[in-house]
Design a protein around this ligand. Sequence first.
Ligand code: SF4
Length: 271
Amino acid sequence: MIKLQNAMAIFKLLDKSNCRQCGEKTCMAFAGAVFTGRRPLSECPSLDRHIIDAYSDDPQNRHDLERNRDDFLEGLKNQINSVDLKAATGRTGGRYENDRLTIKVMGKDFSVTTAGVLSTDIHVNPWVAVPFLNYVLYGKGLDPTGDWRSFRELKGGREQYPLFQKRCEEQMKQVADSYTELFDDIVHIFSGKQVDSQFQSDISVVLYPLPKLPIMVCYWLPEEGMESSLNVFFDQTADRNLDIGSIFSLGAGLAQMFTRLALRHGYAMTL
Ligand code: SF4
C-alpha cells in the first residue's frame, strides 16, 4: 500500500468535480474525511479501482476489491459468448481452432472458448486475464503504427499517470538498475526484441503483452551527476485497442513480473 501523507495528497487523486456523489459537498471535504479515517477512499465512485487498490489499507475494502475483481472477471467471461471468436482472429491477431481463440501473450499461448473458459501455458492472474478479455471483447484491432506515446498521452492516461509512474516505471527502473541482464533476459524469456535506440535511450526493448499492443521500455544509464531513468511507451493506437485501466494493469503487472525475475536471479530489491 502507498501511504498518503496529508489530505491534499488525497485530494490530488480525486477528479475535483465536486459532484457530491460521495455525500460530501466538495472533493476537498471528502479528502479530509478520508485522511481523518471517517470515510474509506473507495466511497468516491469516480475513482479508478487501481487507485483505490494501491492506496487502501482497509482489510474489508481489500476483501471487497478482490471479490469485485473476481466478479468483474466472471462478468467479462460471461460476455465472451457474444463474440464470434472465429471472426475475431484478424482483429485480435489470434488464431482459431475447435471453438478456441488463442492469442500470444508475451509470446505464450493464452486461449478462451465461447463459454469463457480460459487456458494458458502461463499462470492465469487478473492482471493478464482482464486485459486479455477486454482486448477480445472491445479491441478495435488497429495495426500498430510505430508512433510511440507515453501513458499520459493516451486517452484517460493523464489522471492516472502519477500512479502508473510509481507502480510501473519507477519499479522497473529499480529492477533495471541492479539486475543488469534484465533486458537480455526479458527479450529471451518473453519473445521481446531489442530495437534501435529510441529517444536517445541506451536500451530500447519492445514487448508484446498482446499482439496489437506493443510496449516499448526505454532505459537511460546513469551518467555523471545524473540518475538512470526509464520510461514506458505505447503505440498511439493503444487506447483504441484496449481500455486505459487494462493498459495500466499490463504495465503494473509487467513491473511485478520483472521484480520476481530479479529476485529469482538473486538480486536484492528495495521496493
Ligand atoms: S464523489 Fe468523488 S468526485 Fe464527486 S465530490 Fe465526492 S470525492 Fe469529489
